[in-house]
Design a protein around this ligand. Structure first.
Ligand SMILES: [Zn+2]
Length: 190
C-alpha cells in the first residue's frame, strides 16, 4: 500500500505557517493520525508533523523504535529545556540534506494523547531533538533556520549543484533559505 500522503517539500507555503490548536479528538482526527503514521513509516522517518502533510493542526506522530512504538502528541508544548547537544539533523521536507545543529539536550514536553489524556515526557538526546524538530514544524519553522553562516554557504553550494543537475525545485528551495536564488544562473556567493 502506498502512503496516504505526499510529504510537502521545502518551498511549500504550508511549512511556514503556524498550525492551529486541536479542539476536539474525533474520528476524523484518529484517521488523520493513522494516515500520518502510515506516511511516516513509508518514508521511513522517526517523526512527522501534520503541516508536513498539508494539515495545519498541532499534531505530530513519532516512533523511536522503528515500527514498534507508534505515538502521537496533540497540542504539544515544550515547558522546559536544558543543556546543549549537537546532532546531524535532517528533515523529510528538506530531502537529502542534513546539518550538525546545536539545540538543547533535554526537554520537558506536555500534550495530549489520542484518548485526550494529558501526558508529560522528559526527553533526552534523540527523543528531545525529535520533539524540538516537530514542534518547530507546528510553528512554521524549518531546520534551515537553525543553520549558521558556514552551513548556509554549504547549503547554497549543494543547491547549486542540484540546479546544475537540472533539479527545477531548487529555485524555490533557495528562496526558502533566504539565499536569493532567483534561478540556476543567477547565483551569487557572498
Ligand atoms: Zn522535519
Amino acid at each position: 500500500m502506498s502512503a496516504p500522503y505526499r510529504i510537502r517539500q521545502y518551498g511549500d507555503p504550508v511549512l511556514k505557517q503556524v498550525a492551529n490548536e486541536v479542539s476536539e479528538i474525533d474520528g476524523a482526527l484518529v484517521r488523520l493520525i493513522d494516515d500520518m503514521l502510515d506516511t511516516m513509516y513509508d518514508e521511513p522517518g522517526l517523526g512527522l508533523a501534520a503541516p508536513q502533510v498539508g494539515v495545519k493542526k498541532r499534531i505530530f506522530v513519532y516512533d523511536l523504535l522503528a515500527g514498534e512504538d507508534p505515538r502521537v502528541l496533540i497540542n504539544p508544548v515544550i515547558e522546559e529545556s536544558d543543556g546543549e547537544w549537537v546532532y546531524d539533523e535532517g528533515c523529510l521536507s528538506v530531502r537529502g540534506l542534513s546539518w550538525n545543529i546545536v539545540r538543547p539536550k533535554q526537554v520537558l514536553i506536555t500534550g495530549r494523547d489520542l484518548d485526550g489524556n494529558e501526558v508529560s515526557i522528559e526527553a533526552d538526546e534523540l527523543e528531545a531533538r525529535l520533539f524540538q524538530h516537530e514542534m518547530d514544524h507546528l510553528n512554521g519553522i524549518l531546520l534551515v533556520e537553525h543553520l549558521d553562516d558556514e552551513q548556509k554557504r554549504d547549503a547554497k553550494r549543494i543547491l547549486r549543484q542540484r540546479a546544475d543537475a537540472g533539479d527545477t525545485s531548487v529555485g524555490a528551495m533557495g528562496s526558502e533559505l533566504g539565499l536569493r536564488l532567483p534561478d540556476a544562473s543567477g547565483l551569487s556567493l557572498p
